[in-house]
Design a protein around this ligand. Structure first.
Ligand code: URA
Length: 422
């Protein structure tokens, strides 16, 4: 077999055999296939796609390239994955809810890159919080607390790690088969047989339109089935940031606030939906029964107490979250209704304030970020603060008109959840 023939085959829109896909993954990991050859093949895949069978085989060999966590000693295990969004701190809220309902959440999370944040960065903003658990520590905590979140161990889906790093610098991230195999190889390796996917759709997400999100969801569900994993996918809005806080420590504060004060918000609504599907899968009960349990652990504060228990178990000190030196307020220059909050522009600004990294080596300012003081469709007056910026840097130049829009009438077209696919 020869990598050049395989590249040419994909260039000519032909279907790769299982043996060819195995050859590519093994050869790239061993170094026999070079970065430039892999980049060329990845671009051919981005442009010409893959059949479901090719993607299932790609997932299989990426999965087999690393170790797998065995969770068979635990019952009621359920996992969740978001394809990444702006202000998306749902894992910090959902895992305690679902664990309080009697499920086990053994979650491996990643760091953020570019505009989207990562759960591990958010947790690391809590002084003392330990994000690198050994396999033994991880399983012990899941057993005792009902949940644990750790950073991805080095040896999970090794091929994905190497391929993802290459995709990141060769303009080959936006491909449905590549995204599906990347996520699913890691999720299958993490050991849960039940998975709820939150596929973000919109300008602040990897997937920009509903059709692509539907294709991705169906493909991931099919890959799950092939691997005896039950998968439910929610396609959700990422045109507008999720919740009011963007930035690591600010998002931890919001997660605590959501579970303790339960404000009427889109963030809590989405967390209730995702949690209900997780509990339904994890406990093998109906969605309605699961939703009743979710409401119960919110109302009796069990979920809030679980979040505190989890943070303290992993040695985090919630009372000393970092605070920035400077704050700036961005105000409306007219009266009307707030009909747009651009997740992409807000995410870019948040990154410039220090909350995200442009390159893998960049350090994060955990205190930096943005708090949205108004919600979509709120009535605003000239001079009202729309958002507050938190930073330790000098303020960058801000194109205020790109961040939000105030119009004469409210706009009722916003949808939080587009579709649920099982
Ligand atoms: N997240 C992943 O882990 N992989 C992708 O390809 C995209 C998002």
């Amino acid at each position: 077999m020869n990598i050049i023939d395989i590249i040419i085959k994909k260039k000519n829109r032909e279907v790769l055999t299982e043996a060819e896909i195995k050859y590519v993954i093994d050869g790239f990991l061993s170094g026999e296939i070079k970065d430039y050859q892999m980049s060329s093949l990845l671009m051919a895949i981005v442009l010409n796609g893959m059949t479901d069978e090719e993607t299932i085989n790609l997932t299989k060999y990426m999965l087999l390239s690393g170790s797998q966590i065995n969770l068979s000693s635990l019952s009621n295990v359920v996992d969740k994955h978001s394809t990444g969004g702006v202000g998306d701190k749902t894992s910090l809220i959902i895992a305690p809810i679902v664990a309080s309902c009697g499920c086990k959440v053994a979650k491996m999370s990643g760091r953020g890159l570019g505009y989207t944040g990562g759960t591990i960065d958010k947790l690391e903003s809590i002084p003392g919080f330990k994000v690198n658990l050994t396999k033994e520590e991880f399983l012990k905590e899941v057993e005792e607390v009902g949940m644990a979140i750790t950073s991805q161990t080095e040896d999970i889906a090794l091929a994905d790690k190497k391929i993802y790093a290459l995709r990141d610098v060769t303009g080959t991230t936006e491909s449905i088969p590549l995204i599906a195999s990347s996520i699913m190889s890691k999720k299958i390796a993490s050991g849960s047989k039940n998975l709820v996917l939150d596929i973000k759709v919109g300008e602040g997400a990897l997937i920009k339109n509903l059709e692509d999100a539907q294709r991705l969801a169906k493909l991931m569900i099919r890959i799950g089935k092939e691997n005896k994993m039950r998968v439910v996918a929610l396609l959700t809005n990422m045109d507008v940031p999720l919740g009011n806080n963007i930035g690591n420590a600010l998002e931890v504060r919001e997660a605590l606030d959501i579970l303790s004060n339960k404000p009427d918000s889109n963030l809590l609504k989405l967390c209730i939906e995702l949690s209900s599907y997780m509990v339904s899968l994890g406990l093998n009960i109906t969605y309605e029964e699961a939703k009743a349990k979710v409401h119960e652990v919110l109302a009796n504060n069990k979920a809030y107490e679980k979040l505190l228990e989890f943070i303290s178990y992993q040695k985090g000190d919630i009372n000393s979250l970092p605070e920035s030196n400077y704050t700036y307020e961005i105000k409306s220059n007219k009266n009307g209704y707030l009909t747009q909050l651009s997740s992409l522009e807000i995410a870019k600004l948040s990154m410039h304030l220090g909350a995200g990294r442009q390159n893998k080596e960049d350090t994060i300012d955990y205190s930096a970020g943005i708090v949205l003081n108004k919600n979509l469709n709120d009535e605003v007056k000239e001079g009202d603060t729309i958002m507050t910026l938190y930073t330790n840097k000098e303020l960058p130049e801000i194109a205020q008109e790109k961040l939000f829009t105030v119009t004469d009438k409210p706009d009722s077209s916003y949808k939080l959840i587009y579709e649920i696919i099982k």
